[in-house]
Design a protein around this ligand. Structure first.
Ligand SMILES: [Zn+2]
Length: 292
């Protein structure tokens, strides 16, 4: 059965998912829905408030915007730094241990797959714990920048935490009103503009990383999408690619996704429960004897 002759089934059961995936080596593609049970809100989820994402052009083009961004991020990143992987992350790591999952492509920047023990992970949209200089390309740990921002803005974090009005967003920013006097740090090496090592709207994913992700899909024989509405092209292209190669695609997500039309099965469900069930149910795939 290939996706082209399979009719997408909506509101399928876990048994349908198992039927499609059993015996296959799976590439996993994950999004914000996988991390909601770790306390990181999914701003694209069905129950989420509308929120306009920041664009790369806003960030580089507007000093006031950038100051506001860094002030929020300076508080928010500590929250992400303290979050823990949930049952869904652990299930994918367990499936990789057993040879069912060959690797994870994630649109999340929270590093929770790595924290759960997944080894073959492509952080498609970057990682919250690194900062990139747009001038010289130098990458520094976010913790190093935190020390510098603390020195430039003594008492800022404590002040904000007293207000107690910190909304945490997936890209590690937190909504704060009084950021007008926040002092932003530039690159210590070249004085260039620093940006979180995260791919924003209006940016493209670095080519080498995209190729790494395609290779991960090509090394598998089915694609499991978990917790993503696939609303951005950077993730959707892997679903299209898998479908074009005749690989079965399964989508587990709360709410409809842009990838549903490519899926053999879609399951409207939470990822923590579903991935845990799959970790218990899916058999290890047979050793590959020939190319298919
Ligand atoms: Zn620099």
């Amino acid at each position: 059965m290939t996706p082209s002759d399979a009719r997408p089934m909506t509101a399928s059961s876990l048994a349908d998912v198992v039927d499609v995936l059993a015996g296959h080596r799976l590439a996993a593609l994950t999004g914000a829905g996988v991390s909601t049970d770790s306390g990181i809100p999914d701003y694209r989820g069905p129950d989420s408030p509308q929120r306009t994402p920041m664009t790369f052009q806003q960030f580089v083009g507007d000093a006031a915007f950038r100051r506001h961004y860094w002030a929020r991020n300076h508080v928010g990143w500590r929250h992400v730094n303290r979050t823990l992987p949930n049952a869904g992350h652990r299930a994918l790591a367990a499936l990789e241990d057993r040879g069912v999952v060959t690797g994870v492509i994630t649109q999340n920047v929270d590093l929770l797959h790595e924290a759960a023990g997944s080894r073959n992970v492509v952080d498609l949209h970057g990682r919250y714990d690194r900062v990139l200089c747009l001038g010289c390309g130098r990458v520094i740990p976010r913790a190093e920048l935190a020390d510098r921002l603390d020195a430039l803005n003594p008492g800022f974090v404590e002040q904000v935490q007293q207000v107690g009005d910190v909304e945490i967003a997936p890209d590690a920013d937190a909504v704060i009103e009084q950021t007008a006097h926040f002092v932003v740090a530039d690159c210590a090496a070249c004085g260039g503009m620093l940006k979180p090592d995260i791919v924003y709207f209006g940016e493209t994913v670095p080519r080498a990383r995209v190729e790494q992700a395609f290779a991960l899909v090509d090394a598998a024989d089915a694609l499991l999408v978990a917790g993503s509405s696939l609303s951005v092209q950077s993730g959707l292209r892997f679903v299209r690619h898998a479908a074009q190669r005749g690989m079965p695609v399964v989508v587990v997500n709360r709410g409809a996704t842009r990838g549903d039309r490519y899926a053999a099965v879609t399951l409207d469900a939470g990822t923590s429960e579903t991935l845990s069930d799959l970790a218990e149910t899916l058999p290890a795939p047979p050793h590959r004897t020939a190319a298919h």
